[in-house]
Design a protein around this ligand. Structure first.
Ligand SMILES: Cc1cc2nc3c(=O)[nH]c(=O)nc-3n(C[C@H](O)[C@H](O)[C@H](O)COP(=O)(O)OP(=O)(O)OC[C@H]3O[C@@H](n4cnc5c(N)ncnc54)[C@H](O)[C@@H]3O)c2cc1C
Length: 169
């Protein structure tokens, strides 16, 4: 992956001001070619620059672009794309994960309300990811509000953050 960065081949679809080429066609062509060389590498590159990075680019604002895109392109910030759930793949509107803002703590609480809402298939999440774009229902009571949030996983040391599990009695 670092060789792609060094060769200027990473994040071709990213804006020029963040080191990309603003060239979707070149990005697609290189993605297509890469699968012939190494399908595993193609998926990993696709997760980093195609899914994780483009979620920030397409769904974020200039503020998010300025803060994250260069680091995503250069692999300073490896990440995951947390959309798919055990019970919801293509049907993103039905995802069950919720994100509720806790104003006192100034943080989002990510909640898996039932087993089928468990996130699945997340490339980079197990080992290399340090952040994730997480797709969730922004408010459990108003399910029409869906959001993509960028969450930092840790301070870059590859440790899992503690999670709290609430079992029903
Ligand atoms: C190699 C690989 C890497 C992946 N990496 C990631 C990742 O990094 N992050 C991530 O979030 N996910 C990832 N995924 C998951 C991928 O995005 C899901 O496979 C995808 O969301 C489809 O979900 P599903 O497999 O549950 O299929 P389903 O959603 O169950 O779809 C099965 C079939 O039913 C059709 N279908 C579904 N709903 C409807 C409908 N309402 N109307 C008509 N037809 C419908 C679909 O078109 C499809 O043909 C990865 C998958 C693979 C194979």
């Amino acid at each position: 992956m670092q060789l792609f960065v060094d060769a200027g081949a990473a994040g071709r679809a990213f804006p020029v001001e963040h080191g990309g080429q603003n060239d979707n066609g070149a990005n697609l062509a290189s993605f297509e070619e890469l699968v012939l060389a190494d399908p595993s590498m193609q998926i990993k590159a696709g997760v980093q620059w195609g899914l994780f990075g483009s979620a920030i680019q397409q769904l974020g604002t200039q503020k998010h672009h300025d803060k994250w895109l260069s680091d995503v392109r250069t692999l300073k910030l490896p990440g995951a794309f947390a959309m798919t759930e055990m019970g919801h793949g293509s049907d993103v509107a039905a995802i069950g994960t919720t994100a509720t803002y806790d104003a006192d703590a100034s943080e989002f609480v990510i909640h898996t309300p039932f087993r089928a809402a468990t996130k699945e298939f997340l490339g980079n999440a197990a080992l290399h990811g340090r952040a994730a774009t997480v797709f969730a229902q922004a408010d459990h009571r108003r399910r029409e509000l869906r959001r993509a949030l960028l969450l930092r996983a840790d301070s870059g040391r590859g440790r899992r953050l503690p999670a709290r599990r609430h079992e029903r009695g």
